[in-house]
Design a protein around this ligand. Structure first.
Ligand code: GLV
Length: 328
């Protein structure tokens, strides 16, 4: 019997690729940069299964060009690159990789928070550039973490793991926003469910973990930065478009807030000439939150399981549009 045809839009770890290759005819996009939308559409034309990355736009045009497609398995937890309504309308289940990257992403949120609070990027560059003249009582003064207040915007798995680290390690008080109060966070972390306005006004550190959708896009603009403390540190490990970047750059330049740590930007990659790189109080990482060996292996395994279930017509272990399984 013919094996199902699958396109994998970038080389992923063997932990997942080998599972797919054991059961399918696989073409892997071999280049470092993503396939263009035209190429992706062409590749999807004859496929039963598609492994996509957050850099691949999966929209109605692509889905319409792929009449045999039975599953899209995204190698990511976020699925904002996929038009879910279009996939659902065509009864195509979409898989993602929740849980696998929770710890690694929380680690990067804490890393960026510390780096921004303690001016690590700036002082390290100064040292390399010969601006480390002596031990200075007033040099590179940052912000303490112990006992301060953390504001978690979006208390899902990753927000919780970040808060757990900062509450457990530094005794931070935790405020959070979420669609619903989270009893686990209240109980385990003594956290308090508040509105965004209260969170911005009371937090020393604001860490973004909300998913990107039309209601969260651009949610951090000039008005939000103005509500934050002048000593506040802003961290984003979720998605770049949550933030109005010119407003953030202005807030960092004018001292409206103290510093920022970003793992995500808009666009990605952020061009080297972008203003945010020139601001000493902005630490930028190239979207590396899930970039550990074990985490990427775990993501690849989940991604393969979703794909294989989909090509066999079985329910995906992690499906973000379960409405496809409703009858009628
Ligand atoms: C990474 O950003 C992901 O959504 O997995």
């Amino acid at each position: 019997m013919a094996r199902p045809q699958v396109f994998v839009a970038r080389r992923i770890p063997d932990a997942g690729l080998q599972l797919i290759e054991a059961e399918c005819d696989v073409e892997v996009w071999p280049k470092r940069l993503p396939p263009s939308p035209e190429i992706l559409r062409e590749k999807a034309r004859s496929c039963v299964g598609l492994v996509s990355l957050l850099t691949d736009r999966i929209d109605a045009a692509l889905l319409d060009a792929a009449p045999k497609l039975r599953v899209v398995s995204n190698f990511a937890v976020g699925v904002n690159n996929i038009d879910l309504a279009a996939a659902t309308a065509r009864k195509i289940p979409v898989g993602n990789t929740p849980g696998a990257l929770t710890d690694a992403t929380a680690d990067i949120a804490v890393t960026l928070l510390l780096a921004a609070a303690r001016r690590l990027g700036e002082s390290s560059l100064d040292a390399r550039a010969g601006r480390w003249l002596t031990w200075e009582p007033l040099g590179w003064l940052g912000r303490d973490l112990a006992g301060r207040t953390l504001g978690v915007v979006g208390m899902g798995r990753i927000g919780f793991a970040t808060a757990k680290r900062l509450h457990g390690g530094w005794g931070m008080k935790v405020l959070y926003t979420a669609r619903q109060p989270k009893p686990d966070a209240d109980r385990e972390l003594g956290a308090r469910h508040v509105d965004l306005e209260t969170l911005l006004a009371e937090s020393d550190f604001v860490s973004v973990h909300a998913d990107l959708n039309p209601t969260t896009k651009g949610m951090f603009g000039a008005a939000e930065f103005a509500k934050m403390k002048r000593t506040a540190v802003f961290v984003n490990t979720a998605r770049g478009p949550h933030v109005d970047q010119p407003a953030l750059a202005n807030a960092l330049r004018t001292g409206t807030i103290f510093a920022a740590g970003l793992d995500v930007t808009e666009p990605e990659p952020l061009p080297p000439e972008h203003e945010l790189y020139s601001l000493p109080n902005c630490v930028i990482a190239p979207h590396i939150a899930s970039a550990t060996v074990d985490t990427r292996n775990a993501m690849a395994t989940l991604c393969a399981r979703n794909l294989l279930a989909g090509v066999k017509g079985e329910r995906l272990p992690h499906c973000v549009n379960p409405a496809v399984y409703e009858t009628q």
